[in-house]
Design a protein around this ligand. Structure first.
Ligand SMILES: Cc1cc2nc3c(=O)[nH]c(=O)nc-3n(C[C@H](O)[C@H](O)[C@H](O)COP(=O)(O)OP(=O)(O)OC[C@H]3O[C@@H](n4cnc5c(N)ncnc54)[C@H](O)[C@@H]3O)c2cc1C
Ligand code: FES
Ligand code: FES
Length: 496
């Protein structure tokens, strides 16, 4: 018997807004991307395909969603965004910007500032800037550089693009989207229901449960289904590995999964569905290095879509949140059916590609203690490219001090082993070291070679990884001891 028939109140079609009308789709492939739908089904070829893996931004579209009573505009990479993920949103593409034969102010500024040559990147760049234009936030040079970190331009160069953006993206938006905001918000509000979505049948479906209980029941019934948070990993399984995903459960509509709260011991609790964009200021409030880490996590498009839960559940040895939160003493909250269990984050990662997650079990939240008095923290990401690059090495350290004595240490690394991993030997070597005596902590740097046997791959050699990890630990300790001033590339960037 099909789930649709068994469950009352289930909606069997996606609903979203596009070009002034409501679109309802109940026949679509669960692995269809927004880009394919636009280009192949709608003939809307203004949105380009470059890399098909979320890197170049040529495919950037904007989704407007209701946040409270306001419309929030965010850019997404349509190449790795599943069609089902736009349920409840308004999809805006480059073709929608000009109106009545007149270019949008952003498009006009791009022309005026000679900000486009071959033009392949231009639609994506304009759409990223369109999101900034509607953000309501004052735009700075540095902020606009971040906004465009996920949009590659190979021929124009960014100077004229940024000049066009600075000219246009400040002040209250004055385009037809601003003029129609109230009506469009009302239209989206009419789409918002609390019904589970299940489009397809038992063999192939796209489902978007509306509650944790629905999700638990559905996943228990189809434990082989692919869970999708933001699809910034799963999207690449489709476009690069050509995987034929037949059963997809999207988590983006599950009420309660995007909740931020506090666990009973006062730890920050981030629901698995909280996006990296939303997590950034919360983690940045724990320590500025976490804010900087999140700023360099993918791009604005990747952070708008990618989730905290996806970054942990994917088990990646080079994911950024895992080492950062392991060092803080983070935990993962899992649910299967009605059973909930909480595990220390470091124990969740068992081996390469293997996590402590049972069939039919999913991540509901990630919890992280905040820093107590006398606890110091540092997190460093080293990647080949500053922006939008996966870590070659990531080191995070929490150092607990008593006076000038190190009383405890939690060190975690990414990119140094098959999983994100604690450095137990180096941690032990730090106990009783004295912050005023660098020689007393040098054994810890050396002990890292007992903790890790890194690989050589395209991102870095084993020797480079080992040397850099030791240097990062030394840097952390020098900063914490007060002997070395903190230096971050972002400090230069922000000063521009
Ligand atoms: C261009 C680009 C740049 C990137 N840069 C970075 C970077 O700088 N740092 C970094 O760490 N990563 C980076 N990533 C990887 C990716 O964006 C992150 O890992 C992201 O957090 C994944 O989250 P998601 O919600 O998109 O996961 P999805 O793709 O939706 O899912 C990832 C995996 O987790 C599973 N899953 C998702 N949610 C749950 C859940 N609640 N319970 C159980 N399983 C679940 C899925 O089934 C899948 O196996 C990048 C990716 C791209 C495309
Ligand atoms: S085509 Fe490159 S990010 Fe989508
Ligand atoms: S104008 Fe050619 S890639 Fe940007």
């Amino acid at each position: 018997m099909s789930l649709v028939a068994k469950t009352t109140g289930v909606r069997d079609a996606l609903r979203f807004h596009f070009r002034g009308g409501e679109v309802a789709l109940n026949r679509f492939s669960p692995r269809a991307t927004v880009l394919d739908w636009l280009r192949k089904e709608m003939g809307a070829k203004g949105t380009k395909e470059g890399c098909a893996e979320g890197d170049c931004g040529a495919c950037t579209v904007v989704l407007a969603r209701l946040r409270g009573r306001r419309l929030a505009y965010e850019p997404f990479n349509a190449c790795i965004l599943l069609l089902g993920q736009i349920d409840g949103a308004e999809l805006i593409t480059i073709e929608d910007l000009a109106a009545g034969g007149e270019l949008h102010p952003l498009q006009q500024a791009m022309v005026d500032y000679h900000a486009s040559q071959c033009g392949f990147c231009t639609p994506g760049i304009v759409m990223s800037l369109f999101a900034a234009y509607h953000s309501g936030a004052p735009q700075t040079y540095a902020g606009l550089c971040d906004q465009l970190a996920g949009n590659l331009c190979r021929c124009t160069g960014y100077r004229p693009i940024l000049a066009a953006a600075l000219k246009t993206c400040n002040g209250a938006p004055a385009d037809r989207f601003a003029a129609t905001a109230r009506e469009r918000a009302a239209a989206l509000s009419a789409l918002a229901d609390n019904r589970d979505v299940f489009a397809g049948d038992e063999t192939a479906f796209f489902a978007a449960p509306a509650s944790l209980d629905s999700l638990a029941a559905l996943y228990a019934r189809f434990p082989d289904a692919t869970l999708v948070g933001g699809a910034t990993d799963v999207g690449l399984w489709i476009t690069k590995q050509l995987r034929d995903l037949k059963r997809v459960i999207w988590l983006g509509r599950v009420a309660g999964l995007d909740v931020v709260g506090e666990s009973p011991d006062g730890a920050l609790s981030l629901g698995a569905g909280v996006t990296l964009t939303d997590a950034a200021p919360l983690l940045g409030a724990i320590h500025p290095d976490l804010g900087e880490l999140l700023r360099r996590f993918g791009s604005v498009q990747v952070r708008a879509s990618g989730t905290v839960g996806g970054n942990i559940a994917n088990g990646s040895p080079i994911g950024d949140l895992a080492p950062a939160l392991i060092a803080l003493g983070g935990r993962v909250v899992l649910r299967k059916g009605a059973t909930i269990r909480v595990r220390p984050l470091e124990d969740f990662f068992i081996a390469y590609g293997k996590q402590d997650r049972d069939f039919g079990e999913f991540v509901t939240a990630v919890e992280t203690p905040r820093l107590a008095a006398r606890q110091h923290y540092r997190a460093f990401k080293v990647s080949k490219r500053f922006d939008e690059d996966i870590s070659a090495i990531m080191l995070a350290a929490r150092i607990d001090v008593h006076g000038r004595r190190i009383a405890g240490a939690r060190l975690a690394c990414g990119g140094m082993a098959a999983t994100p991993k604690r450095a137990a030997n180096a941690e032990r070597a730090l106990i009783d070291a004295n912050l005023d005596q660098p020689a007393s902590w040098r054994a810890a740097s050396a002990a890292l070679s007992q903790d890790f046997t890194p690989l050589t791959d395209q991102r870095a050699s084993a020797a480079y990884r080992m040397t850099v990890a030791a240097n990062l630990l030394e840097k952390a300790l020098l900063e914490i001891s007060g002997a070395g001033a903190p230096t971050r590339i972002g400090m230069l960037h922000a000063a521009e």
